[in-house]
Design a protein around this ligand. Structure first.
Ligand code: UDP
Ligand code: MN
Length: 220
């Protein structure tokens, strides 16, 4: 449908029943879908690192499960949750998600997806691509501008063989920040190129939340 009119207020005030209306009969148990009249070129796993943001999660899941079938993708969504109250480690969650998902199916590519980024345009294709593809190019919080060229945080699409060659994310980044820049360095030194869809299409709305304090520079 192109640009999607995402009303954050409506979505956040919705009930779970409303958010998942029409989806329960369509989406398979375990959060997967694939087209019935054709075979998708690729199999895709979406990995969402998660803790304690259930309302964000419900809104994102509802949007993705509405949008991705329109793109005729063969996909499954994995939510990877960190238990307890220890320091969050997003990178470890994403690595764990990759490993667990790859046990279940031979996915061609993986999309690592922040729980609070809502796609605004369904022409932003979640299909696998040859080079790593950074999908969250323009987000409202950043005035719809790309902050820096090697940014790969937010929503990132990467092929399985590339993720393996890069040895995934570093497990060493505790607390907020820098695991994504570390990943960009890995890509750079491996000769991979970060690609992006057009900025007019790769647009996201962010769900507001209390910002976490960045870890100290030296800790990072
Ligand atoms: N996250 C989460 N719970 C937390 C912290 C982080 O689920 O307590 C996940 C979530 O997917 C979020 C992502 O990690 O979108 C990035 O963290 P955060 O949103 O705090 O960072 P920001 O990009 O807003 O600075
Ligand atoms: Mn956030």
């Amino acid at each position: 449908v192109g640009h999607m009119n995402v009303s954050l207020e409506d979505l956040m005030n919705s009930t779970i029943e409303k958010l998942f209306e029409n989806l329960t009969s369509k989406i398979e148990l375990g959060g997967s879908w694939r087209p019935k009249n054709c075979i998708s070129r690729h199999k895709l796993a979406i990995i969402i690192p998660f803790r304690d943001r259930e309302n964000h999660l419900n809104v994102l899941l509802s949007l993705l499960h509405n949008m991705l079938p329109r793109q005729l993708l063969d996909y499954r969504i994995y939510v990877v949750e960190q238990i307890g109250n220890d320091t969050f480690n997003k990178a470890q969650l994403m690595n764990a998600g990759f490993l667990e998902a790859s046990k279940q199916n031979d996915f061609h590519c993986y999309i690592f997806h922040d729980v609070d980024l809502l796609p605004k345009d369904d022409r932003n294709l979640y299909t696998c691509s040859n080079q790593p593809k950074h999908l969250s190019v323009a987000i409202d919080e950043m005035k719809y501008k790309l902050n820096y060229l090697y940014l790969v945080g937010g929503v990132l699409n990467i092929r399985k063989e590339h993720f393996l060659a890069l040895n995934g994310y570093s497990n060493l980044y505790w607390g907020w920040g820098a695991e994504d820049d570390d990943m960009a360095c890995r890509m750079f030194f491996s000769g991979l190129r970060i690609t992006r869809p057009p900025i007019t299409i790769a647009r996201y709305k962010t769900i507001k939340h209390i910002k976490r304090k960045p870890s100290g520079l030296y800790k990072r």
